[in-house]
Design a protein around this ligand. Sequence first.
Ligand SMILES: [Zn+2]
Length: 337
Amino acid sequence: MKKIISLQENVHVIDRSFEVRPLKLNAIPSNKILFMHAKGFKHIKECEHVLKYLDGLEIKPDKFIGDDRLFFWKNNRLQADRKNFNRLSRIAVDMGLALQTHFPMHKIERQFLDMASVSDWHALLQVYETYAESIADFNLSPNITVHPPIFEKMEEISEKLNIANQFLIKLGEKIKAERWPIIIGMENQADPFIQSFPLEVTGFLPEHLRVLLTGTNDTIQVTYDSGHRLLNKEFTVRELIDILVRMGKYVTNQHFHENEGLDFKGKYLDSHQAAIQGNVRGFNRCVIRSIIDNVPLNLEIPTNLYSPLRLLVYVSGMRNAIDIVWNDERNQQVFNR
Ligand SMILES: [Zn+2]
């Protein structure tokens, strides 16, 4: 496990080589952007000592299982578990935290639904309707991060992306028509040839995201995952940003972590380690991107692998890193404060 260092002395300020272009129209820069993922009530309890440094939690409903479940199926419709959502809301209110969600989508409470399969579209739209109701009822942030469709053979990728694109166009129209409080972030994935997930997922090239987003309205955007990017030499942020600028899209959410090392089979592991300045490419740009576009920088790290003290040092260090950039006089013009 890599040594975690305190970040505050090492943060760069924005200088003349400032490369981060704001992507979001009319965004008001903010430093309330530090989020961490949450994988159940027990997990939140284990991280209790770092919650005060955070601005929000990214809930992963597929990890809230058993007594912690947030959703369940009844008569073929996904329903929210109101008791557990109320419990979650109370924690958020008490700790002053925003809540947003990450639905990988491959499995929703043991049911598999695929946006690249037309026969699943109807059920998927109902799932989003339930999400929209939960977001409205429990005052969640509209950000929902979703994985692109899975594939088995390389030859299938293009067709899967095109079918998923048709679904996303339809979903965007439905979100607008029904006024659902939802913004979808399609997340870039690790290179399937070097990562070790059991499922192969598209979205590992900027071009995949371009196809998925083509013709969609402004409710369909992108989630950028810094660790997945490190598991793909062909994925460049520059190419992604150029595509987003051309399409009038933006990064609505960032998953912030890094990866290193090989597993015993010689495959890279998507180990989601704490990203440290100097190790992860684009560390400062990720921080600044979140500030100028006012989008969450979500620490998607396996908190159980760190001692409580290391976690505290890391999360409070990230808080300081953000606040130093935010408060540095040299950056005020960029933030228009
Ligand atoms: Zn991620």
